[in-house]
Design a protein around this ligand. Structure first.
Ligand SMILES: C[S@@+](CC[C@H](N)C(=O)[O-])C[C@H]1O[C@@H](n2cnc3c(N)ncnc32)[C@H](O)[C@@H]1O
Length: 308
């Protein structure tokens, strides 16, 4: 059986950083003392899936503001067979459609996905959910770079990705994800709602939208929600609350602005008194490819690490 890992591509996904993250997880998680895991900026869930494979997690609380993403997780957790049927059909349709007609197929699914948004009840599981989850995965695998972006009207507006092949139907990845999610509570909520799920035996991983490291980076807007410096500071206050009021082990990641501008010590100032580690990541900085290279990533923890 393959290992559980993200079933979609996601902006800011941490798949390529997992090995670098590993030494910074709390010792209590590695020794099996911590069995409660909370991740309120879930996205593709790379860190959750990896931790669930390696360590004994008895309870997980996973959330994100993106309602369609969370609906898809819930379908995978609870009733993935109908989802697999839809995905198999989409795969067949995509493969059998001539390359120059695939854009049209993509636009039909995108239009259906957008029109259906008024009819879907996100609060209550229904038969429509499996099809919507399948459309969400189809769009993720066939749109430009797996982006998820909504316009002001709430319509998904990412263009077609022009890929020669698309792996839409990947039953193993859905089934392993479903297994990893079996003990999880999954909700579409703002991050601050996770507070009540945290106690002293919890590891909380916070992966907010990046603070832009260049003028052209546009990672701060998700679905029309801004994540500006003001929100980064509010999140810092939340980090402190989890530390002081709950005694949880908390780890937060973000991009390191000092790699581009050494005098931009935003995070050093905001997280004074906590442990700030720098790790390197291969990540594109801007669209035209200039500035591609090793960018330093910050991992901030409220716990000290054993010497290793
Ligand atoms: C950097 S991504 C997380 C990526 C994830 N760690 C992965 O490996 O794929 C940030 C996520 O935060 C979500 N988000 C943005 N603002 C939020 C908020 N206020 N509360 C909860 N989630 C939010 C976005 O929808 C996005 O999925």
């Amino acid at each position: 059986m393959e290992k559980a890992k993200p079933f979609i591509k996601w902006v800011g996904g941490k798949g390529r950083l997992l090995e670098q993250f590993e030494p910074y997880y709390p010792d209590e998680l590695k020794r099996g003392v911590i069995k409660n895991y909370v991740e309120p900026f879930l996205g593709g869930g790379a860190v959750f899936f990896s931790i669930s494979e390696k360590y004994e997690i008895q309870n997980a609380y996973l959330s994100d503001l993106n309602r369609d993403l969370i609906l898809t997780y819930k379908v995978i957790q609870n009733k993935y067979s109908a989802l697999l049927d839809f995905l198999e059909q989409y795969q067949k349709q995509y493969d059998e459609t001539q390359a120059d007609k695939r854009r049209d197929l993509f636009l039909v699914v995108r239009r259906f996905f957008n029109e259906q948004r008024f009819d879907i009840n996100y609060k209550k599981v229904s038969d429509d959910w499996a099809q919507r989850a399948a459309q969400f995965i189809f769009l993720n695998k066939t749109c430009f770079n797996g982006l998820f972006r909504l316009n002001a009207k709430g319509e998904f507006n990412v263009p077609f990705g022009k890929y020669k092949t698309a792996s839409i139907f990947r039953p193993d990845s859905i089934i392993t994800a479903s297994r990893a999610l079996r003990n999880a509570e999954i909700e579409d909520r703002a991050y601050s709602d996770c507070y009540k799920h945290v106690n002293a035996e919890t590891f909380v991983y916070l992966d907010p939208p990046y603070r832009p490291i260049t003028q052209t980076s546009s990672f701060t807007t998700y679905m029309g929600f801004e994540f500006t410096d003001k929100q980064q500071i509010e999140l810092r206050d939340f980090f402190q609350k989890l530390d002081r009021e709950k005694g949880a082990k908390v780890m937060l990641s973000n991009s390191d602005p000092t790699g581009i501008n050494p005098s931009d010590t935003f995070f050093e100032r905001a997280y004074q008194g906590y442990n700030i580690h720098k790790i390197s990541a291969n990540r594109a900085v801007n669209r035209n490819g200039a500035g591609r290279g090793k960018i330093s990533e910050l991992l901030i923890t409220n716990y000290t690490l054993r010497v290793f």
